[in-house]
Design a binder for this molecule. Structure first.
Ligand SMILES: Cc1cc2nc3c(=O)[nH]c(=O)nc-3n(C[C@H](O)[C@H](O)[C@H](O)COP(=O)(O)O)c2cc1C
Length: 369
């Protein structure tokens, strides 16, 4: 066992002390296959198995029926959904873990099939030219409907309501999903936001909705329990295209986040090879570490060695691991023991039931077998 690695050191996040810096990245698993999109015992088992993470960030959970974009993803807007999440938070807390819920609105990545034929909502009437995972399989996305100021107001309320529900359900905090080409990201980028009101045009205006949401959520929970996820150099996936203003917009957002006392800022390194992308920046952590004064968690493509390195170098405070946590429920223990990691099976990422979800054994269980 070697527990003196940077990844395995405790960390203070707001008023929480987390036992290590190996965080579980948010991952949609599409197991909430019931009419109300509620989590159930299977989710309790899945998250309990992963409670050795310093912090679990749950799968994206829609804040409203209009926010949904994929089948069988859980919600956090109704009383029944809130009640169901209590089982998950209890299971994680009993296993000595901490858990934030990721609050999600997909915007134009949704499909009319989810809304009785009504169009998905977005900053402007644009089509991501992507695919939506509907009850009838993958379908081409459509041109979204531009949100009215009333739509924006009610969406802000939806996030506030979801945060309130999250507190009631016993979560330690929330993570606002403002990355990966979903609703907020659609407002940030000039290639998907053509508005001429206070939510479009200037960099300040394109970022405004996010700060309105943080301000609304702050009214129902402590600021230092709110985390936020951004993916500044996303290009060519999830329908997003960068332009000259993309990086300056993210610079603005990230500097302004210093006005708040948030739990953390969660950044993703580019998902794609950025060498061919104009305006993209390699090493997102290195760019933004000097600009952001709070806790910074970095994600995408990290392994134990690179994770230890980036913390050691001072470019991040914690590392979120996605796929490695799917197939290695006790990832921190495996890092401590330096054992080879189990491989994940992509074919069961989004399939119903326990296969590929709760049936990856822990090291202990593997030994017994
Ligand atoms: C199955 C799967 C589902 C995902 N769902 C989400 C999600 O709901 N919210 C989110 O912000 N990112 C989601 N992601 C992205 C991951 O959080 C993470 O950024 C990505 O897997 C890269 O990290 P990794 O290299 O450690 O796996 C998902 C990734 C995978 C593989």
């Amino acid at each position: 066992m070697s527990t003196n690695q940077p990844l395995l050191q405790p960390i203070e996040v707001g008023d929480l002390t987390l036992k290590n810096r190996v965080w579980m990245a948010p991952m949609t698993r599409s197991r909430a296959a019931n009419p109300e999109n509620k989590v159930f015992e299977l989710h309790e088992e899945y998250y309990r198995q992963r409670a050795s993470a310093g912090l679990i960030i749950t799968e994206g959970s829609q804040v409203s029926p209009r926010g949904v974009g994929y089948i069988n993803t859980p919600g956090i807007y109704s009383a029944a959904q809130t009640e169901a999440w209590k089982g998950v938070t209890k299971a994680v807390h009993e296993a000595n873990g901490h858990i934030f819920i990721q609050l999600w609105h997909v915007g134009r990545m949704s499909h009319p099939d989810f809304h009785n034929g009504a169009l998905p909502l977005s900053a402007s009437a644009t089509n991501p030219n992507s695919k939506s995972y509907t009850p009838e399989g993958f379908k081409e996305t459509v041109t979204a409907q531009e949100m009215t100021l009333e739509d924006i107001k009610s969406t802000i309320q939806d996030f506030k309501n979801a945060a309130k529900n999250a507190m009631e359900a016993g979560f330690d905090g929330v993570e606002i999903h403002s990355s990966n080409g979903y609703l907020f990201h659609q407002f940030f980028n000039g290639t998907s936001n053509f508005r001429t009101d206070e939510y479009g045009g200037s960099i300040e205006n394109k970022a405004r909705i996010l700060f309105d949401v943080i301000d609304a959520i702050k009214e129902v929970m402590p600021e230092n329990r709110i985390g936020l996820r951004l993916n500044p150099s996303l290009n060519g996936v999830f329908g997003m295209t960068m332009d000259e203003e993309t990086i300056p917009t993210f610079d603005y957002i990230i500097k302004k986040l210093n006005d708040y006392d948030l739990a953390y800022l969660h950044l993703s390194e580019p998902f794609t090879d950025v060498s061919k992308i104009p305006f993209a920046e390699q090493h997102i952590a290195k760019r933004y570490r000097p600009m952001y004064h709070g806790k910074l968690v970095i994600n995408s493509g990290f392994d134990q060695e690179k994770g230890n390195e980036i913390i050691e170098e001072g470019f991040a405070d914690a590392v979120a691991f996605g796929k490695p946590f799917i197939s290695n429920p006790d990832l921190p223990e495996r890092f401590a023991s330096h054992v080879e990691l189990a491989k994940w099976d992509e074919s069961t990422f989004y399939t119903p039931g326990e296969k590929g979800f709760t049936d990856y054994p822990s090291l202990q269980e593997a030994k017994v077998d």
